[in-house]
Design a protein around this ligand. Structure first.
Ligand code: B12
Ligand code: SF4
Ligand code: SF4
Length: 310
């Protein structure tokens, strides 16, 4: 049923308290690795106990949606992560999850559910690992043997107990360290641990203040997000492009240059990005990013660990 709706992988797991995962998350917060993503600190109890988030929750259905497409953005002048070049995944994946819930209700009858796609205090990756969607790569994203790591995770919390597949995948990273070695800002501070404050995707998506000089350099050519640790991963060498029609790259973004962002008005920004994740970051911050990237391109000054502010 889930495959028919367009999910690329699916796993089912019973709701249970998070033990070591909750402690690792607590340590992450204690080290201030979340930077100023204050929402990560809120609702700690709910985040580690799905039955507080959705009373009566008994099952998590975790789903993967492949978003990979070859980067057709013509210009090398400023990079945008491929996940951000199509429609906002929060809407696309949530719609698919709600469709799945409706289909389940037809079969099971009285079952209530909550669809989550990075939209609630919930640990998407932790449950996806438990549900057997993939293993956690050293860059911390999930990897699936068949579809690599370029996929979104959507979760459906259900108040019914349904049989689980209980098949956590083996970790196939082995002795590889390509993602750690290639991260230009050394944000992967240890295998499986990100200091978000050093991650380009945090700086250009989440961080709100203006950049200091070191942060500007850390952005390198990335206007929005960063794909480097996934580009170098051997498990992404043979991945197939997504067949999901809603996740194809938007044509009007293909020729955008860094300079174009500096010219955007409120209304042209809305027209171009209203239905993408870039809209959430807003025009002011996108102009901030574009200013930093254009300075970097002019001076060929790209970020390094030594430049790192944190
Ligand atoms: C906060 C956040 C970010 C932050 C912090 C990243 C991070 N790794 O936490 C920033 C802004 C940097 C970010 C960036 C990106 N993100 Co993000 N992000 C999230 C969010 C909202 C929460 C993640 C979270 O809970 N972090 C807290 C820390 C503690 O979690 P953790 O890294 O999983 O830490 C665990 C491990 O360190 C583990 N651990 C510790 N020691 C050890 C040792 C061993 C041996 C092992 C196995 C594990 C382990 O324990 C910790 C707790 O379980 C999720 C959505 C959600 N609600 O879950 C999306 C999410 C993780 N992001 C996603 C994506 C796509 C990205 C980007 C690829 C986007 C881009 N191209 O720019 C980058 C990737 C950067 C990277 N290398 O992680 C996807 C990942 C999909 C996937 N295939 O895994 C998610 C799941 C959104 C979604 N629903 O699809 N993101
Ligand atoms: S997304 Fe970029 S900056 Fe962040 S960990 Fe991966 S390579 Fe490093
Ligand atoms: S690059 Fe290597 S270490 Fe990093 S996630 Fe991929 S396989 Fe694992």
């Amino acid at each position: 049923m889930a495959k028919k709706i367009g999910f690329d992988a699916i796993g089912i797991v019973p709701v249970a308290a998070l033990g070591s995962e909750a402690r690792a998350f607590e340590q992450w917060l204690q080290q201030d690795f979340h930077g100023d993503m204050r929402y990560m600190k809120n609702h700690f109890e709910k985040r580690v106990s799905p039955d507080l988030l959705f009373p009566g929750a008994k099952t998590v259905i975790s789903c993967a949606v492949n978003y990979f497409h070859r980067d057709k953005k013509a210009s090398q002048n400023g990079k945008i992560s491929i996940y951000a070049q199509s429609l906002d995944y929060h809407f696309v994946v949530k719609q698919m999850l709600n469709e799945l819930l409706e289909e389940l209700q037809k079969i099971i009858g009285q079952v209530q559910g909550q669809a989550i796609v990075d939209t609630a205090p919930f640990m998407d990756k932790v449950w996806a690992v438990r549900a057997g969607i993939g293993w956690r790569g050293k860059h911390t994203n999930l990897i699936n043997r068949k579809i690599g790591s370029y996929f979104f995770i959507g979760s459906l919390l259900l108040d019914a107990a349904i049989p689980s597949n209980d098949s956590a995948q083996r970790n196939f990273c082995g002795s590889c360290t390509a993602c750690i070695d290639s991260c230009p800002t050394k944000a992967i501070v240890a295998p499986y641990q990100i200091d978000a404050r050093k991650c380009i995707a945090y700086l250009n998506i989440e961080s709100k203040p203006d950049f200091n000089e070191a942060e500007k350099k850390m952005l390198g050519e990335w206007l929005f997000g960063c794909d480097i640790c996934q580009q170098v991963c051997p498990w992404n060498r043979f991945v197939q492009e997504t067949k999901n029609s809603l996740l194809q790259p938007k044509k009007d973004l293909a020729n955008l240059q860094t300079q174009d962002f500096l010219q955007l008005t409120k209304s042209s920004f809305k027209t171009l990005f209203n239905d993408t994740v870039i809209f959430r970051t807003g025009l002011r911050r996108m102009k901030r990013n574009a200013t930093a990237v254009s300075e970097n391109i002019k001076t060929r000054n790209f970020g390094s660990a030594e430049d790192s502010a944190t």
